[in-house]
Design a protein. Structure first.
Length: 318
């Protein structure tokens, strides 16, 4: 009498922790950037601060690229590198620094947080990415939280039409830079795309060299160290981990995770600067995190388009 062996149990897929870890690294470091900009921005003008930050980031990334011997990305990656370098590394950093000097922090936070919404819409239009209901709902909740945080922080400074327009331009350049960068990641590694994009932004900001040299001579050491920190960690490291995650998910889905930044900024300002947040600010931060959680969940029948795995073939081919 023979027995039929039982079929082997289906092994559950192993969850890749590297992409979620990359997302968390980016969000935490970008949140810390707001705290460092507080110090550096008091001694450096917008263009000089952007150039100093990009110089530190380019030198760091260039050294890592040489050590890893990755070389140049393929020719097909360069249109995306050039465009995202000009928009995101160059224009975004200058106009954001400038805009935050023209409006209060709350207004700036509300306007710049239009960026992830634009990112999702541009990704759907230009890259063929979907707009799942959970993503739209989560982004709506998070944006409402960002508005609450902004309102709770408003009123501590003046606002101008120029400042509002600059912050809006920052949001558009941020979203456009991310969407343009994604196709380039098919033709180069995250380190290559980030390194040369940062280099393009640095070259675009070279007209601020004279201002940077003169301001560095009078700036306190703490401000200069904060500028270097901005280049090494929130730029070199965080932009690379962002590119790593972006290559493995949709632009809209990844953009939604950045709504955790306002909540982390509130927490870091409390712990590091002693700025006790108002109850309304805390409520807004919790709304931001709730929206991120909603946008990261999936329906059971949904395809596995997430940062813990590869995209479906249809998404990769878009």
């Amino acid at each position: 009498m023979t027995t039929t062996p039982a079929p082997p149990a289906a092994s559950s897929p192993v969850r890749d922790w590297r992409a979620p870890a990359a997302v968390c690294t980016t969000v935490v470091l970008w949140a810390s950037a707001f705290v460092s900009i507080r110090s550096a921005g008091e001694a450096y003008s917008p263009g000089a601060l952007a150039l100093g930050r990009l110089l530190a980031g380019t030198l760091t990334l260039g050294a890592i690229l040489l050590l890893r011997r990755e070389g140049l990305p393929s020719r097909a990656a360069w249109p995306g590198i050039l465009a995202s370098g000009l928009l995101w590394f160059g224009l975004y950093m200058v106009v954001l620094n400038w805009g935050e000097q023209q409006v209060d922090a709350g207004t700036a936070a509300m306007i710049v947080n239009i960026g992830p919404i634009l990112m999702a819409l541009l990704g759907a239009r230009l890259l063929g990415e979907g707009l799942p209901r959970r993503l739209l709902t989560g982004m709506g909740v998070s944006f409402a939280g960002a508005v609450v945080v902004g309102l709770s922080m408003s009123g501590h400074g003046g606002s101008s039409v120029l400042g509002v327009l600059l912050c809006l331009l920052a949001a558009v350049s941020y979203a456009g830079g991310v969407v343009i960068q994604k196709p380039a990641l098919r033709h180069g590694s995250p380190l290559q795309i980030t390194t040369f994009g940062c280099l393009v932004g640095t070259v675009a900001c070279l007209p601020f060299t004279g201002v940077l040299v003169s301001e560095a001579a009078d700036a306190p050491l703490s401000a200069t160290l904060n500028m270097v920190y901005l280049g090494v960690f929130p730029t070199a490291l965080a932009f690379t981990t962002w590119a790593y995650a972006l290559a493995r998910t949709t632009a809209g889905r990844l953009g939604a995770t950045t709504y955790a930044v306002p909540a982390l900024v509130v927490l870091m300002s409390w712990l590091l600067l002693g700025e006790v947040p108002a109850l309304l600010t805390v409520a807004g931060g919790l709304l931001c995190l709730t929206g991120v959680a909603i946008s990261r969940t999936r329906a059971r029948t949904a395809s596995r388009t997430d940062t813990d795995g590869e995209e479906p073939a249809a998404a990769r081919a878009s």
